[in-house]
Design a protein around this ligand. Structure first.
Ligand code: GL9
Ligand code: PLP
Length: 812
């Protein structure tokens, strides 16, 4: 290593005195205040800056090492990152937790009170955004040179509260007091065009020039993403939209037309104003497409800028660059790179296409047809006229290739076309993503298989080698070490050291302790203490959790039918020997998704009825925890006994909550869906509560004609549960839920009801035997090491990205 590349930074101190000095200096010189007048916010910001400095020093060395080695880079493009709170994580990753606790005393504060001020950036909706956060964490931990690109939304995922048992939404102004973790980089801003028209370029058949009708600026800032127990610190770079200078109309302002004077700037800034709460809403479709192009255009120019710092010409671009598309949201990157290469840099079409295709890879995260994005052609044509032309050309060459392989098969051409020809012509983003990339992957074995065999079957016929599986994973640092310190300490003691945090397969070493009486006793005590902390209900009750976004396919309504049936059973036999249960729900519903919101209301109505019933309340309690986010997940997961993963088989692409819960010793009750299948295969059939139709059977039921009423008529307990809703037992709430279950029941809830209830009885049999339950719990943790995001990243690195780690030396 050439040390001249190094930056010769003074190392920041590692003693308590030095840390305290730095804390005070942050307080004085960067917050501009004093010990005497420091508010809790000042203390928080000063601490955050002091910790951030430690990471920034590593970041500078990382940049130097990367610059020196000119590696192949991974660029992760994602419209969402659900990063979680930063302070606790950064204390852990910089090894300064103890120093911080000590030093804060000088300000008369405790770390706990400071941590409450550390708001999580809610820049994602749920599983997909949280996965992005776990993957960037693992890339840094595995020393992969990588940058995550995203959007710095002013408002993240809405804050949920309950009003009269119904979901209410408030805006999430997450950074309104500032965000100390972020480095603005206005020098790297980019210019993005929208609308306008295209003009031919004389002498060139493929080149065009695009004259945009609106110009918006993208200003980046970045957050540091440290690796755990390694020197690497990568970044996530987030773009914020700004009006250009020209967007402020001084003459109107001077004439007193204040609103008109800024209207163009306001329109520009709206692009990064809010995260879309899921895509089940028709609202703001144009703005959403604008967001996607904004992210893509800024990020690609930044990627090219970075490439050209280190390289000349274009020959090495695809060799030095791999761009991972997190779902279809950033897929316009494919025509955008073509546009940049052909129109702006003058490459010929074939060369540009060969570079483009070997640069991108695409991860699909769904099987739900309504979640596969398509855009109306007229909208595309108006907003991105040049991109539509490029898409048409890509499609023409692509369909020629299909025609050559399958001559005369016009049905196939119609099915595979990037342009869908229904009542309205639409651009199919998933098709564009498959055509324009080198690799396509699903996120769990079953999901990848179903992609190949159903939604993307024609493409898998054409290019079988392109399709792969990379099963999702989660960060053991955040979801074990930070979320569950008691269990982590016990595991470390059991295994002899804490190397498992970077090598999660080592959890398998717990297997030999699964029969050790004293270890089991302590394992139980940890779970109990976590339940006491959570304070959701009796810590000795079975804590049964269903925490995830509300969606009909996930089937919170099935869990609810179980609760209502329990309620009926206990009322019918108050003296019975009931297993006390606390059923905990948490999750948000998209604001426009009425069916999901009705389920939330019904849960709360049922919960209230049970709480008010002196016969049932001692045995059964229903809790709805408001505003599910990463911070809340970190509190609930360690306290869970039972993990509800009960989606209709074939609908949940993977799930990651299921992995977090299993790693924390919750036992899964679940269908053969998504990654549940792989969890069961690893923890063992006898350590997993399986019920319900499998994906094949579910498809058969649906094809052969499904009649939910037959189940209702046949099963007295099921009938009683649904009748109770319609009869008004729960205050008349939930009739729409009952109607949809009896009317069509799209996700076969009634078909799986009996099997689910039987399985819950097995759960209770196991629970009544604490030795058995504890063994199950330990074995779940012991055999879930595969679900580390570090393994996921090792898979991407080896099979999709073909990148090698670049370790950062300590002495650079
Ligand atoms: C999702 C899938 O539905 C999940 O099964 C999967 O675990 C994650 C991550 O791969 O991706 N796809 C998707 O659109 N969401 C997922 O959770 N939804 C949200 O993020 C709201
Ligand atoms: N939302 C949040 C806040 C999460 O922490 C997670 C985590 O795993 C999810 C959503 C995804 O949950 P699931 O995989 O159960 O859909």
């Amino acid at each position: 290593m050439d040390l001249r590349q190094g930056i010769g930074l003074r190392r920041l101190g590692t003693t308590a005195d030095e840390f305290q000095q730095d804390l005070l200096s942050s307080l004085y010189y960067r917050r501009g205040t004093t010990v005497e007048s420091a508010s809790p916010r000042d203390a928080y910001e000063a601490l955050a800056l002091t910790v951030r400095d430690r990471l920034a020093e590593r970041r500078a060395r990382t940049a130097a090492a990367h610059f020196a080695s000119n590696p192949r880079w991974v660029y992760y493009l994602s419209a969402e990152y659900l990063l979680g709170a930063q302070l606790e994580q950064n204390l852990l990753y910089s090894g300064t937790g103890e120093l911080a606790s000590q030093s804060l005393k000088v300000l008369g504060r405790t770390l706990e009170e400071i941590e409450d001020l550390d708001v999580e950036p809610g820049l994602g909706n749920g599983g997909l955004g949280r996965l992005a956060a776990c993957l960037v964490d693992a890339m840094a931990t595995r020393d992969i040179p990588a940058v995550g690109y995203g959007i710095r939304y002013d408002f993240g995922i809405f804050r949920q509260s309950l009003e009269g048992g119904a979901q209410a939404e408030r805006p999430d102004d997450w950074a309104f007091q500032g965000n100390p973790w972020e480095f603005p980089a206005p020098d790297d801003r980019q210019t993005v065009g929208f609308y306008g028209h295209t003009e031919p370029v004389p002498g060139s058949p493929t080149r065009k020039s695009w004259v945009p009708g609106e110009i918006v600026l993208g200003e980046p800032s970045h957050m540091l993403v440290p690796g755990y127990r390694t020197e690497t610190v990568n970044i996530v770079r987030l773009w914020r939209a700004r009006g250009s200078e020209a967007s402020f109309d001084l003459s109107r302002f001077s004439a007193g037309q204040y609103a008109e004077a800024v209207q163009e700037a306001v329109r520009a800034e709206n692009i990064s104003k809010v995260l879309y709460p899921d895509d089940s809403t028709e609202l703001g479709r144009e703005l959403r497409l604008k967001q996607q192009y904004f992210l893509v255009s800024c990020s690609l120019r930044d990627i090219i800028r970075r490439f050209r710092l280190r390289n000349e010409g274009w020959d090495d671009f695809a060799e030095k660059t791999v761009i991972q598309l997190n779902d279809t949201h950033p897929t316009i990157a494919i025509p955008e790179l073509m546009r940049l290469l052909v129109d702006e840099y003058g490459l010929d079409w074939d060369k540009a296409w060969s570079i483009t295709r070997s640069t991108f890879a695409y991860t699909c995260h769904t099987l739900l047809p309504e979640a596969l994005e398509t855009w109306p052609v007229p909208l595309f044509e108006r907003l991105l006229p040049r991109h539509l032309e490029i898409i048409y050309l890509i499609n023409m060459f692509f369909l020629r290739e299909v025609e050559a392989r399958f001559p005369g098969d016009s049905d196939r051409l119609r099915r595979m076309s990037i342009i869908g020809e229904g009542s309205e012509r639409r651009v199919r983003m998933a098709h564009l993503a498959v055509v324009g990339t080198e690799a396509v992957n699903g996120v769990a074995e079953l999901h990848s298989k179903l992609l190949r065999e159903t939604v993307l079957q024609d493409f898998a016929d054409l290019w079988p080698a392109k399709f792969q599986n990379v099963t999702n994973g989660v960060s053991p640092r955040r979801f074990m070490k930070l979320a569950n310190p008691r269990l982590s300490d016990l595991i470390t003691e059991g295994l002899g050291d804490d190397g498992w945090l970077n090598d999660l397969d080592r959890l398998a070493g717990l297997e030999r302790l699964a029969g050790d009486a004293s270890f089991m006793e302590r394992w139980r005590a940890v779970k109990r203490a976590n339940k006491v902390d959570l304070a959701a209900g009796d810590p000795d009750s079975l804590t049964d959790v269903m925490i995830k976004r509300f969606h009909e396919y996930k089937r919170q309504q099935l869990k609810l039918l179980h609760v209502i049936t329990m309620y009926h059973r206990i009322r019918a036999n108050p003296a019975g020997d009931w297993v006390p249960r606390t059923v905990l729900f948490a999750g948000k519903a998209a604001p426009a998704y009425h069916a999901a919101k009705n389920i939330i209301r019904l849960i709360n109505a049922v919960g209230a009825t049970i709480a008010a019933d002196p016969v049932v309340a001692p045995h059964l309690r229903v809790v709805f925890a408001e505003n599910y986010n990463v911070t809340l997940a970190e509190r609930i997961i360690p306290a869970a006994d039972l993990s509800e993963q009960i989606s209709l088989a074939g609908k949940e692409a993977s799930g990651t909550g299921n992995m977090k819960l299993a790693l924390n010793g919750a036992i899964t009750i679940g269908t053969l869906d998504g990654a549940n299948i792989e969890i069961r295969a690893r923890v063992g059939e006898e350590n997993f509560f399986l019920f319900g139709l499998d994906a094949f059977q579910a498809a058969e039921v649906q094809i052969s004609g499904y009649h939910p009423r037959e189940h209702y008529d046949r099963d007295a307990e099921l009938k009683a549960a649904i009748d109770a809703i319609t009869a008004g037992t729960f205050g008349g709430v939930g009739r729409e839920v009952a109607d949809s279950l009896l009317g069509w029941d799209e996700y076969l809830t009634l078909a799986d009801y009996r099997s689910y209830l039987d399985c819950q009885e097995e759960v209770e049999r196991a629970w009544r035997d604490p030795e058995r339950w504890t063994r199950l719990s330990i074995l779940n943790t012991a055999h879930s090491g595969f679900f580390s995001a570090d393994r996921t990243i090792a898979d991407y690195a080896a099979r999709i990205w073909r990148v090698a780690p670049v370790p950062v030396p300590k002495d650079i």
